[in-house]
Write a new protein. Structure first.
Length: 254
């Protein structure tokens, strides 16, 4: 992915990593459209950040995704990058008979069905662009589980394998598949995560991500240094140690 000259749609970019990355990509010389559910919040972000456009979208709703995709493509026909940023993280107790089921279903709908539907809504258009990218967002927890968030871990592992598989299918097209693998970052994804001493400062994370995109334009995964402890535990042969350390030291994960 080139660092500049793109037209980029980022649903789920009204806060946290999504918004911070949107602003950095705008500053790097891209046209950026953010997406979110709250019209008043989108209006405020656009007013405060010249050069950013916005569209209302609920990534848990298939019809909303289709409407938003049509609007974005009509307004920005040169769109060539989709970043499937929207996601949620919920603590679950699987020792309770049914208490976790609704939360797990919500997590799967948002974190897995949402990106699948987004890619489905944009893939035909992206293949008409000479140089296009789908940027998925998995997590270090795709590779080492945080005990408190089983469904989040599972959806992010699924996003990793989905990215690997779709990349193979699109190999003969103009569309690249790039996977962002965040560690724990100081956002509001979980209560208290913004204050966690184990989480990476948001500005530092986004700066390193932008630098990696710039320096490694043909990469298939964006891995900041902080995520490699989780990402490569199995390959290093110390997976059990990684899992123990993660669950003893960091109650928030990412």
């Amino acid at each position: 992915m080139n660092i500049s000259g793109n037209t980029i749609f980022i649903p789920g970019a009204t806060s946290g990593i999504g918004l911070a990355l949107a602003l950095r990509l705008r500053d790097a010389g891209n046209t950026v459209i953010i997406g979110g559910r709250r019209t008043e919040l989108l209006t405020r972000i656009v007013a405060e950040n010249p050069g950013v456009d916005a569209v209302e979208i609920d990534t848990t709703d298939a019809d909303s995704i289709r409407r938003a995709a049509g609007s974005v493509i009509d307004t920005h026909p040169d769109l060539n990058v989709l970043i499937t940023m929207a996601g949620i993280m919920r603590v679950e107790d699987w020792t309770a008979p049914t208490g976790f089921v609704a939360t797990a279903e919500e997590t799967v709908t948002t974190n897995l069905l949402g990106p699948i539907r987004l890619i489905g809504a944009f893939i035909e258009h992206l293949q008409t662009r000479p140089d296009a990218t789908i940027l998925t967002v998995s997590s270090g927890l795709a590779f080492a589980p945080l005990q408190a968030t089983p469904s989040y871990n599972a959806t992010k592992a699924a996003i990793h394998m989905l990215s690997e598989s779709v990349r193979l299918q699109l190999a003969g097209t103009s569309v690249k598949v790039l996977e962002l693998v965040p560690p724990s970052v100081r956002t509001d994804l979980l209560p208290g995560q913004r204050e966690s001493e184990f989480a990476m400062p948001l500005d530092d994370f986004v700066s390193e991500v932008v630098e990696l995109i710039k320096s490694e334009p043909t990469a298939t995964e964006i891995q900041v240094e902080n995520v490699k402890f989780l990402r490569y535990g199995e390959a290093r042969g110390n997976y059990d140690e990684v899992v123990r350390a993660l669950n003893q030291l960091d109650p928030h994960g990412k």
